[in-house]
Design a binder for this molecule. Structure first.
Ligand SMILES: *Cc1c(COP(=O)(O)O)cnc(C)c1O
Length: 408
């Protein structure tokens, strides 16, 4: 069955223009804003037309589990942004990750992934795939020898996330892609933390990119969504049937939210990144902060790779307060503008304690190998004024300082 495709935009449009106009198709009413097509199905003018559409002899929509005009606009805008031949939207980031990993594989295949993964991604690789006979090996993403040593004749997919959640390690995407390709395997990259504005894994050699659109792409905390981007061949061979038959379809309403969000994505990411850089500099110099990780700082352990593969340090800052969990809790509880929540990429600055929330399922030893100490906090920097954010952090650090003095 053929898919309806909005017309491609004129070649040469730059990113900001593509994000405002890319993929737009208009109904006969000529609406300015993209329309939300809340319909599960489509009416055919004749039986012959229905037959032709099912046979793929005529383009058009058949059923919204397969595709929908609003979803198609979002997919096309994402493909233009990423520089991908094709995109498929999903109901959540995890639906996108699961599809990209599971759909091309069968029992007997093998996956190698970096250990520092988002908790649910780790579950898919470490627990779900092996249950269906797809073996997996976890490696330190920084260690090229570990990637190579983990390869088996059955290795089909390498998978990584960079920067990582929550410790913001950065892995060399081009180098891992080369290792995958030399072995005849593919590299899938979860690019949620960098956002499509700051890192282009396909240009670096990755074969497939996945996003949780819930994060920077919505960026305003409203809906879940996901997207898989790759070559036309990968999408058509591996994903199309899987997505149609298993049904993790994005709601057209959410596709519309995400489509409108893309219009402001460059502005939001730039401003959040500028704020994050200021916040990171403030935290790095504070005596109660043991360590501060921000990919945009010269003291980041992989600053060299950041320079090569990212357009900036991103919107996330990770840092460790001295005094472990009690100090991390006392500090975060004393914040007022910055909210305690585990979303990220949002207009609102959000802080989370990975050891007791997103990564609490892991043993302390497993957390330690991922650099997740008891005092580690992950801060997603939002669109507030950077000076207000710094004042908020400063006040909470003062509360923590007084508590620690009183305890001495
Ligand atoms: C949030 C996130 C996901 C999952 O996305 P959902 O939209 O919550 O399903 C996957 N990977 C990374 C890196 C994420 O941050």
């Amino acid at each position: 069955m053929q898919d309806f495709k909005p017309p491609r935009d004129p070649e040469g449009w730059r990113t900001a223009t593509r994000l405002v106009h890319g993929g737009t198709t208009r109904s006969p009413f000529g609406e300015t804003a993209e329309a939300i097509f809340l319909t599960q199905g489509y009416v055919y003018p004749t039986m012959e037309a229905a037959e032709a559409r099912f046979k793929g002899e005529e383009p058009g929509f058949v059923y919204s589990r397969y595709n929908n005009p609003t979803n198609a606009m979002f997919e096309e805008r994402m493909a233009l942004l990423e520089g991908a031949e094709a995109a498929r939207a999903t109901a959540s980031g995890m639906a996108a990750v699961t599809a990209a990993l599971l759909a091309p594989l069968k029992a007997g295949d093998h996956v190698v992934a970096s250990r520092a993964l988002f908790g649910s991604c780790l579950y898919i690789v470490e627990e779900l795939l092996p249950r269906y006979g797809i073996a997996s090996t976890l490696v330190d993403g920084k260690d090229f020898k570990a990637w190579k040593d983990a390869l088996r004749p059955q290795t089909q997919t390498l998978f990584l996330e960079s920067p990582t959640n929550p410790s913001l390690e950065v892995y060399d995407i081009a180098a891992v892609a080369a290792i995958a390709h030399a072995h005849g395997a593919r590299l899938v990259v979860d690019n949620a933390f960098a956002s499509p504005m700051l890192q282009k894994p396909l240009q670096l050699g990755a074969d497939c990119v996945v996003y949780s659109a819930t994060k920077h792409i919505d960026g305003q905390g409203r809906c879940l969504g996901g997207v898989v981007l790759s070559s036309k061949d990968f999408i058509e061979t591996h994903l199309q049937t899987y997505l149609r038959q298993t049904g993790p379809a994005l709601s057209p309403f959410n596709a519309w939210i995400l489509l409108k969000s893309l219009e402001t994505l460059p502005l939001r990411v730039q401003q959040q990144m500028a704020n994050a850089a200021k916040v990171a500099d403030f935290l790095a110099d504070h005596p109660l902060i043991a360590r501060c990780f921000y990919p945009g700082r010269a003291d980041h352990p992989q600053a060299e790779i950041v320079k090569r593969q990212m357009l900036g340090g991103g919107t996330m800052v990770a840092f460790e307060v001295t005094g472990g969990k009690p100090a991390a809790f006392a500090f975060a509880n004393a914040l007022s503008i910055i909210k305690i929540s585990n979303n990220l990429g949002d207009a609102k600055s959000l802080i989370t304690h990975p050891a007791t929330t997103t990564h609490q399922r892991l043993t302390p030893e497993a957390r330690a190998t991922m650099g997740i100490g008891e005092g580690l906090l992950r801060l997603s920097v939002g669109l507030e004024d950077a000076e207000d954010l710094i004042a908020d952090l400063q006040a909470a650090l003062a509360v923590l300082g007084q508590k620690q003095l009183a305890a001495e």
